[in-house]
Design a protein around this ligand. Structure first.
Ligand code: PLP
Length: 478
């Protein structure tokens, strides 16, 4: 039987390697990696985006961890652009995975990585080094309140996992409250507090996972007599339900200052301090997850500064490494001392690794030196102005919102019903890509573009993005 016919339908069609070797392993044409093929020959043939050998190999050997892969092969990324295998330039309007705030391959970051990997790369996790201690001290000095103790890990999920574990240990509780359009990661505790998508199919979340309605000022059903969004009534209602569900073991509430993956939902002014008060009344700790909003993205170094609310834990990730894997948990000495006394353990392979810490130090130096938070505020106003102009032109744009260089475009079937238009959003996103711009539509059938370009983006590049959006809407609505 031909190799392709033997394959499970889960592999999809056209996924078969050319043939199998004597041991049943995949073999590939054209000197690609395979039995007896030296690795130096790998990826030699450049055949453009359609390269069948590349896609055959990808389909045969990659787990599809997030739906479909983008339909091009990335060869290079620099500044605000990527280049694909056809030599096309693609504007990256999502900073990689909302992370590359300095643009791609920033020369100073490249230099730090080159130097540090040759001097002090990775260590046994109880060994400390200067970049780790310096980064912890710098983060503590920049963060609000007395969030003076820092744990350095690799990913956002991990940082939230650690914060949740510390909150449980410090309070003695185990119940965790999250917002209904949240994304905090895919590891156990973080996934249990993630409600925007992907809960189906994995069995029970952690016991004691409670949900609060996300503050959605565009679509909430809580409307006051004067027609405005009654977020106080919504929050009171949410906590009334939590008070009825709790077994008396509330540990923490975790929230993003702007819910990015949930569709760029910005809690109204006053919401976060009311949330803080609700937590305090119940002896719960408050975790702010600033994976996407941290380090200047929204016009302040931390988005939670706008609300003047200091959490008990601040988690940072994506933007801290500007695209390289680095994450941090900041908490108070009081909480850290209690956790330490109670035997806190979060011992990971890459905790306190010097290489990513050195990168984090350089990222912070550049963000502060180049005043990227201010830049984000100014360019954000420019971007939002352009998006509002598009909204005036296209009825399908129900709402444009955001702060700094984090913006959302909410597509609707009609403005009166506000029914989401996810299919149209995906069509517009595909057209944008054809026209040379990578965008991100949030998961969960919402039809909302989440826009987060590098903070180093130029006005001319924003103009290019607006032109591409304009052309894509025109084409898709024709
Ligand atoms: C707010 C927020 N927190 C946490 C995470 C998880 O981060 P990671 O994918 O690095 O685990 C994400 C990822 O999108 C996020 O947006």
């Amino acid at each position: 039987m031909a190799a392709a016919e033997e394959r499970s339908p889960l592999h999809g069609t056209g996924a078969a390697p050319r043939e199998l070797d004597a041991n049943g392993k995949a073999r590939y044409d054209d000197g690609m990696a395979g039995p007896g093929v030296p690795m130096k020959d790998v990826a030699k043939p450049k055949r453009g985006n359609a390269d069948p050998v590349f896609w055959d190999k990808a389909r045969a050997h990659l787990v599809r961890y997030g739906g479909e892969f983008a339909p091009f092969i990335a060869e290079r990324a620099q500044g605000s652009f990527m280049w694909d295998a056809d030599g096309r330039r693609i504007l990256d309007f999502c900073s990689g995975q909302m992370s590359a705030i300095l643009g791609h391959s920033h020369p100073e970051i490249a230099e730090v990585v080159r130097r540090t990997v040759g001097e002090l790369d990775h260590l046994y996790s109880t060994i400390l080094s200067r970049p780790v201690v310096d980064l912890a001290a710098l983060l503590a000095s920049l963060a609000p309140g007395n969030l003076d103790r820092v744990l350095l890990v690799s990913t956002g999920g991990e940082s939230n996992e650690a914060a949740i574990r510390m909150a449980k240990l410090a309070t003695g509780g185990y119940e965790i409250v999250g917002l209904s359009r949240s994304w905090h990661g895919v590891t156990g505790g973080a996934a249990s507090a993630t409600y925007s998508s992907s809960r189906r199919g994995y069995g029970p979340a952690q016991i004691g996972s409670f949900v609060l309605p996300a503050p959605d000022s565009y679509r909430s059903g809580f409307i006051a007599a004067d027609g405005t969004y009654d977020w106080r009534a919504e929050l009171d209602f949410g906590f009334e339900l939590i008070d009825r569900q709790t077994t008396g073991a509330l540990a923490a509430c975790i929230a993003e200052p702007i819910l990015s993956s949930g569709g760029v939902l910005e809690p109204p002014v006053g919401y976060m301090s009311a949330l803080r008060a609700k937590c305090d009344e119940r002896g719960m700790l408050l975790i702010f997850d600033e994976a996407q909003t941290g380090l200047g993205r929204t016009g302040d170094l931390f988005a939670s500064e706008r609300d003047c609310v200091v959490p008990d834990f601040l988690t940072l990730s994506k933007t801290l490494g500007a695209g390289l894997p680095l994450a941090a948990v900041l908490t108070t000495p009081q909480i850290e001392d209690i956790c330490h006394e109670r035997g806190f353990l979060f011992y990971t392979t890459h905790a306190s690794d010097p290489l990513p810490a050195a990168v984090g130090l350089k990222v912070l130096e550049i963000v502060i030196r180049d005043r990227l938070a201010e830049r984000s505020r100014e360019l954000g106003e420019y971007l939002l102005g352009g998006l509002w102009a598009l909204q005036r032109r296209y009825q399908c744009i129900g709402d444009v919102r955001g702060r700094g260089l984090l913006a959302g475009i909410d597509l609707v079937q009609d403005r009166a019903t506000k029914l989401p238009a996810p299919e149209l959003a995906h069509r517009v996103a595909r057209t944008c890509l054809e026209l040379g711009m990578m965008t991100s539509v949030v998961r969960g059938g919402l039809g909302i573009f989440r826009i987060a370009p590098p903070l180093t983006i130029s006005k001319a590049e924003i103009d290019l993005a607006l032109d591409i959006f304009d052309a894509a809407f025109k084409k898709c609505l024709a």
